[in-house]
Write a protein that binds this ligand. Structure first.
Ligand code: NCD
Ligand code: ZN
Length: 367
């Protein structure tokens, strides 16, 4: 009989459900992979930059976007967190009122022009020491950070010894922690040894999400054949970075690292002079995470190995955000399964691991 793992349904604490006709299919893909709840990022167009009230020309509110997602199937989740997109119009009063109403659980920092729909972001220096971050501290609202230094180009942006992410974690994050002693932070989709070690050495008010792609692939996989569908930001890095991320997630008893797929559907990847950033792992993220744990040397069929995996996938995230793990279960069985390119009206959506040589070695089922 093939090995099987029964796990609590898991939480994806960083994903993108977008807007428009395809939202329901993205949510359905998440539900189909045993996902009990999600943190849905606010980089829609316009951004989710208000807490409540009707949408305006320049912003949706958490309340209005939440209703869209709930109507598209997200009511089947046990948890749905939508962070507030930090823009030049964010005020401390919005944070106070949002916290009081219970709608606001997290805020998201985007480096301006650093990734998909991030042009409304305001540079980190503006926030450090300011009243908005103070309001987050006082109200125990989590700050989700896209940790890449903005405005770097060429070899300052990406080189073997320095990347926009390593600069951010070396120079910027220590200052945030010094200035804001109570701030709870999730370092989103970390990709480098510098970031992994920074978080491991920080106090427990600092945590990080890690995607399946950053635990499985390095920049060689992206460049060889120029696999657009592996292009996301921060970009996949080097072997030593992959090793540090794997070490972080497989350290016994760790509480700071948890699943956040950053699954980000793009039906048009290649643009006239570039490539849209974001990988799609809807439908197969737990299988990919299981493969990564095994490649890191974890025996998922042992008690200890399964416990490590469960921590990362199912329990650390809810603990950080202050809710209980799911009591419902899903099953991963060691049996190959297939992922196929999805056809959407706008064009093809190519999920990982399509075209990446290895197929899934696990099959997911749930009642
Ligand atoms: C995300 C997207 O497409 O919305 N893209 C990505 O490369 N990760 C945005 C983000 O999280 O950076
Ligand atoms: Zn994202």
């Amino acid at each position: 009989m093939s090995a099987s793992l029964n796990l609590p349904r898991w939480y994806d604490l960083h994903t993108h459900f977008r807007q428009g006709a395809n939202v329901a299919s993205y949510i359905a893909d998440h539900l189909a992979m045993g996902c009990a709840g999600a943190l849905a990022m606010p980089n829609t167009q316009p951004p989710v930059a208000l807490v409540n009230g009707p949408e305006t020309d320049t912003a949706w509110s958490i309340e209005s976007y939440r209703n869209i997602l709930l109507n598209a199937g997200a009511d089947a989740f046990d948890q749905l967190i939508i962070p507030l997109y930090l823009t030049k119009d964010t005020t401390p009063e919005m944070i106070d009122q949002g916290a009081e109403s219970g709608l606001l659980k997290a805020c998201k920092y985007y480096p301006p022009h650093g990734t998909t729909n991030s042009e409304h972001g305001v540079p980190m220096d503006y926030w450090i020491g300011g009243d908005v971050f103070r309001a987050l501290e006082v109200n125990h609202i989590v700050l989700c950070i896209h940790g890449e230094e903005h405005g770097l180009f060429g070899s300052d942006y990406f080189d073997e010894n320095q990347t926009a992410e390593s600069v951010f974690y070396s120079d910027r994050l220590p200052r945030i922690l010094d200035e804001h002693a109570e701030l709870r932070i999730v370092c989103e989709h970390i990709t480098t040894r510098v970031a992994a070690e920074f978080v491991s050495n920080a106090t427990e008010r600092v945590a990080a999400t890690i995607t399946p792609q950053h635990l499985l692939y390095t920049v060689g996989h992206l460049i060889q054949g120029l696999r657009y569908h592996l292009y996301c930001l921060p970009v996949v890095k080097f072997e030593q970075d992959l090793a540090a991320l794997r070490k972080a997630v497989t350290t016994p008893g760790q509480t700071q690292f948890f699943a956040g797929t950053d699954s980000a559907p793009h039906t048009t990847k290649a643009t006239e002079c570039g490539c849209a950033a974001g990988c799609y792992t809807g439908g197969c993220a737990p299988q990919l995470y299981a493969m990564a744990f095994e490649e890191a040397g974890v025996d998922l069929e042992s008690e200890d190995g399964k416990a490590l995996f469960e921590r990362f996938l199912c329990t650390n995230g809810p603990a950080f955000y202050g809710f209980s793990p799911s009591e419902k279960l899903f099953e991963l069985r060691r049996e190959p399964s297939q992922v196929e390119t999805l056809q959407r009206d706008e064009g093809p959506l190519v999920p990982l691991p399509v075209g990446m040589e290895r197929e899934l070695t696990w099959t997911l089922t749930q009642d």
